[in-house]
Design a protein around this ligand. Sequence first.
Ligand code: SAH
Ligand code: SF4
Ligand code: F3S
Length: 467
Amino acid sequence: MSVQEVLVDRQGEVLVQSSSPSSHGKRFYIESYGCAMNFSDSEIVASILQEESFSATTDLEQADLILINTCSIREKAEENVRQRLRVFEKIKKRKPGTLVGVLGCMAERLKEKLLEEEKLVDIVVGPDAYRDLPKLIGTASDGEKGVNVFLSREETYADISPVRLDSNGVTAFISIMRGCDNMCSFCVVPYTRGRERSRDPYSIIAEASDLFSRGYRDVTLLGQNVDSYKWSSPDETEKVNFADLLRRTAAVDPLLRIRFSTSHPKDITDEVLHTIAAHRNICNYIHLPVQSGSSIVLKRMNRTYDREWYRERVERIRTLLPDCAISSDIIAGFCGETEEDHRETLEMIRFADYSMSYMFYYSERPGTLAAKKYPDDIPYDTKKRRLQEIVDCQLEISLRHNQADIGKTFEVLIEGNSKKSDAYFKGRNSQNKMVVFPKREDLKVGDYVMVKVLDATSATLKGEITA
Ligand code: SAH
Ligand code: SF4
Ligand code: F3S
């Protein structure tokens, strides 16, 4: 796998969402970039727009309103958005009434400046202001630009039922919190998403129950730092932490699988690990981004844990959850990173035995602590070389990890046809590994099936149904 492909993995992903068009009202088209949070937000936006009798279209040419839900995490993510805006510009020239709206993190980061830089844009809406979209669309239809980038301390969209548009009908995201109070020095998220706040657990459970009753079998609880989920009732008599929330979600139905992302190494507690161990339907998979294997770099990153702390957490997971897969996010070439620091990162990949990782090279983001404090001093070629070494190391570990599954039998939830062949199903096991296997007539998407692994690549397990 080349460096470029790894980057495209997260940044280049385009989701076009669709539903059956209603006979009246206007049509919107929405494209999402960035993390799962953004994809989840697009479903909230779709819900708000459908209330206004907008219907979704996957055909850009048909759209009266083109929305792009953007990501600012790396410079490349923003460049992708600008490229898409050039495409929308052409459409707008052909169909002058079309409105173009920029949503999400780039809208929040650039605010009104985006309107100066991108003349085609009519609407700029930050992640906490989606309820205002109908009003802003009205303003824009009258020929004025509509902007709302207000960041809220309370907004969780708890009462809005997301419209599951581009869905396989089996897996769904549930947003449990918004914002982030950590100040990792490289990261733009606290600036684009605002303060951390947790959503009312009752609305989360109601959403999970509703999804289950509609045939969904796998939900991922989403937040930038799920382990710091914290909710209290208005009279403070009821307090719910993340472990409590996991327990409550797991109780919705034993056939509903629970996943969660992202865990922060400083906050993941033994209580959470015990809770996973105690519930069969909470998946044995933890995304635990390390970022760097060097304590000196971690300090500069302001991650508030060091190498030893991280290693202890990994060991604790191994002890309490022997079958648990761990994955990571890794940044190559952060400010001041030496070859020795880099070597420690490679060592950490081996130590933690990650099933997979998302790997990036450092991209300085304006306004972050790192941009203010530390020079972006690692030459581009060095960043790329280190990233490639990290990718190569991870691929080797992933392959080994997957090969160790050959001969084992896993329970797999069928999610759809395999990408390569309609004669095969694909689905994931508890460890979040993709498994492909020949179809059997009596089985359908949403069923659980036991699959014995016969072969493995670094990305996929291949097997056959045993029961
Ligand atoms: N809340 C999550 C991460 C959200 S951003 C966490 O704390 O782990 C997803 C990933 O993007 C991060 O984990 C990090 O690896 C990467 N990332 C964030 N800012 C970056 C930057 N400026 N340059 C390169 N990668 C970055
Ligand atoms: Fe960014 Fe750190 Fe918050 Fe993750 S925990 S979103 S990396 S500031
Ligand atoms: Fe990107 Fe915003 Fe998510 S910056 S990674 S879309 S929170």
